[in-house]
Design a protein around this ligand. Structure first.
Ligand code: LLP
Length: 418
């Protein structure tokens, strides 16, 4: 069941009445369901139960400390892409550091050193130059670096071009044809342990065949690497499993089973420990953004609904033309509708949540909910237009915890010097 549903005509997140939460905490407000997060994590775990695996949740999707801790307690590892994300994992659940994989095309020395000293599980190396640096830093830190090359399999995955990564025209990974020679060159350093092979082809991928294709290529590379004498123990399949942002019924249990079948098909008889890096699938539909209507206005023939949340609070529609369902917090009594653009207060025409959307009539002061905003919502917020970031709540059954307070004017100005 979806975590956000009407009860007695009022929208709730599990046991919590959103009208009351808005009154207490103000808007814009991110609200998450702890049950839904755990449920999605468990769906993933069950789908891969038949093989040794670790689910390394992609921290970038939602990096709230409370959410990282919740996932770590269920057994999650983490996929990080910066020294900042490493610090978040350390703070949320120190013991999970040993289940961290470190991805990203631009790792810096201080980040590599911090990860070496934290004894993370695996570096996903994205270039030959990075591998050389990793060897040097491993020696300097007196730590052996377990690494995988993140290969670019040249597989097309149908998604938005900004979040597709598996083609050779993208900046990500190392050409799979060049990988074998680079693994060979790593033998020169005793500080490098070629422990795995990684791949990640993009995000919000709904058709699972490209995952099979990518893993077929990775599996054949692993076979070659074993022939070359490398002790490959890990295969990292990346993240990218998509969710349904529409109003249609979506069965996440079926989707993740399809996904696991696709990976299994690509892996064939390969039995290395499987690493998975889901972000969106775990968290997108567990979260929503609650916002208040400030004004309704007409320009010519168009109607605009102006909310107190803007593109700085949820940038996905502006950046990817992403669709988010928008529903009123009071269940509409009749069938009447209006067609409007739902826009924020930011001074940009790109500051919209929906264009020409048909929705039940709303008026100033009404609350509306932007659904499926748990992934890449809060983690992509900014202070643009000097707007403080929203607060975040985690609903756990009947209790609700403030997991991030609303930013204040003091927070906003704190780093600046006059
Ligand atoms: N692993 C790596 C190496 C990644 O780059 C990503 C996402 C993931 C895992 C997690 O992918 P997921 O399971 O969440 O699809 N801001 C965009 C999405 C950017 C995805 C970046 N990489 C959005 O709002 O749609």
């Amino acid at each position: 069941p979806r975590p956000f549903a009407y009860r007695n005509r009022l929208l709730h997140c599990d046991g919590a009445d959103l009208t009351a939460l808005a009154a207490e905490h103000g808007t814009p407000l991110y609200v998450y369901s702890a049950h839904q997060i755990s449920h999605r994590f468990q769906l993933f775990a069950e789908a891969f139960a038949s093989r040794p695996h670790t689910i390394c949740y992609a921290v970038k999707a939602n990096s709230s400390l409370a959410i990282l801790r919740l996932l770590a307690k269920q057994g999650a590892g983490f996929d990080i892409v910066s020294g900042g994300e490493l610090e978040r994992v350390r703070k949320a659940h120190k013991a999970a550091l040993k289940k961290v994989v470190f991805s990203g095309v631009g790792k810096q020395i201080w980040e590599i050193d911090a990860a070496l000293n934290a004894d993370i599980l695996l570096f996903n190396v994205e270039s030959e130059a990075e591998l050389h640096l990793l060897a040097a830093r491993a020696e300097a830190c007196n730590k052996v670096a377990r690494f995988a090359l993140r290969v670019n399999p040249d597989v097309f995955a149908e998604t938005h071009p900004y979040i597709s990564t598996g083609l050779s025209e993208h900046k990500f990974g190392i050409d799979i044809k060049a990988a074998r020679a680079i693994y060979h060159s790593a033998k020169k350093s005793t500080w490098l342990d070629p422990a795995g092979v990684s791949v990640h082809i993009g995000s919000q991928i709904r058709k699972v065949d490209p995952f099979s294709a990518a893993l077929t290529r990775v599996t054949s590379l692993i076979a070659d690497l074993r022939k070359d004498g490398h002790n490959i123990r890990y295969v990292d399949a990346g993240g990218g499993l998509g969710v349904d942002y529409g109003a249609t019924a979506f069965d996440p249990a079926k989707q993740v089973l399809k996904y696991s079948a696709a990976l299994t098909k690509g892996l064939g008889t390969e039995s290395a420990h499987l690493l998975l890096e889901p972000g969106r699938f775990i968290i997108a539909q567990a979260g929503a953004l609650l916002t208040r209507v400030l004004y309704v206005k007409k320009n010519g023939t168009k109607t605009f609904i102006i909310t107190d949340a803007g593109m700085n609070d949820l940038i996905r529609p502006a950046l990817y033309h992403a669709h988010h369902e928008i529903i009123p917090i009071k269940q509409p009594a009749g069938k009447s509708t209006l067609t409007a653009d739902i826009v924020g207060p930011v001074c940009e025409s790109g500051d919209f949540f929906a264009r020409d959307r048909v929705l039940p009539p709303v008026k100033p002061n009404d609350l509306v909910l932007l659904l499926d905003a748990g992934a890449y919502g809060m983690s992509q917020t900014s202070n643009y237009n000097s707007r403080p970031r929203p607060a975040e709540l985690l609903v756990d059954g009947d209790t609700t915890k403030l997991i991030r307070r609303r930013e204040t004017m003091r927070d906003l100005l704190a780093p600046e010097l006059l």
